[in-house]
Ligand binder design. Structure first.
Ligand code: SF4
Length: 252
């Protein structure tokens, strides 16, 4: 069983393909919580829930009642008919963590049909979950934005950095790139070493650093220090265009 949180047609707001018109599917559930990111969302019972900027797609306890259960790939495929889309528009699968469903038969059928109809598919993933490329070779045709979590997520190192998974995805997929969310305070706290210890698992994979934050104000506060960091280290700066343009509005 899959859980879909929302779908929307917009432009890709971050990473290597920033600006590409894309249909987004946000799936519910994640293997992490990333409370260190400090974003807050009020649940329907009034509880303040701490996590990342998509905590409403992560925390089952407080938000799963808003998620849609998907028991047939057609339910997902029919969503494309709700929009006026250009031919074979790019599809972005995000979350939460979409790869918690990587080996689910409904999910595989969804991917197979999308690929058959010529869509370019990008996974936005934390890069910590194994993908079985041998059993499901269709994954070799997809793009993976590897948003491997740093210590500022407050997740355990052994959970957030899986060298074998990073190597496997980066070496077997059609394309992959690293994407890190960074706040100004972390820049001086051994961040370069942290990033080096992650990218060592796939040294030729490009690195994009984005300003951390769930609001325009937070993103803007982290932007200039991060640009300086990127200039010094030779990493690519990636904006978070969707937050800068639409701030905290979801589904745009
Ligand atoms: S891994 Fe990603 S989706 Fe999951 S809690 Fe962390 S930032 Fe949020």
């Amino acid at each position: 069983m899959l859980y879909l949180v929302e779908h929307f047609y917009s432009i890709q707001g971050e990473g290597k393909y920033t600006g590409t018109p894309s249909l987004f599917f946000r799936f519910g559930g994640c293997n992490m919580r990333c409370e260190g990111f400090g974003c807050k969302e009020i649940a329907s019972n009034g509880t303040t829930v701490l996590g990342c900027d998509t905590v409403y797609a992560v925390n089952r306890e407080h938000f799963a009642h808003n998620w849609v259960q998907i028991d047939d790939a057609k339910k997902l495929l029919n969503i494309l008919d709700l929009y006026e889309l250009p031919h074979a528009v790019d599809i972005v699968l995000t979350g939460g963590e979409p790869l918690i469903y990587a080996h689910d038969e409904i999910f595989i059928e969804f991917l197979t049909q999308l690929y058959k109809h010529g869509h370019t598919i990008t996974f936005e993933t934390n890069g910590s979950l194994h993908v079985d490329f041998e059993k499901y070779p269709i994954y070799k045709n997809f793009i993976f934005a590897l948003s491997v979590k740093l210590s500022n997520s407050h997740e355990a190192l052994s959970k957030r950095v899986r060298g074998d998974v990073i190597f496997s995805i980066a070496s077997k997929a059609k394309d992959a790139f690293f994407k890190f969310s960074i706040d100004a305070e972390s820049i001086d706290l051994g961040l370069e070493e942290e990033i080096s210890n992650i990218i060592i698992h796939s040294p030729k994979t490009k690195v994009y650093c984005m300003p951390l934050g769930g609001s325009k104000k937070e993103v803007e506060a982290n932007t200039l220090p991060l640009i300086e960091f990127c200039k010094a280290k030779g990493y690519n700066f990636s904006d978070r265009l969707h937050i800068r343009v639409w701030d905290q509005n979801k589904g745009v």
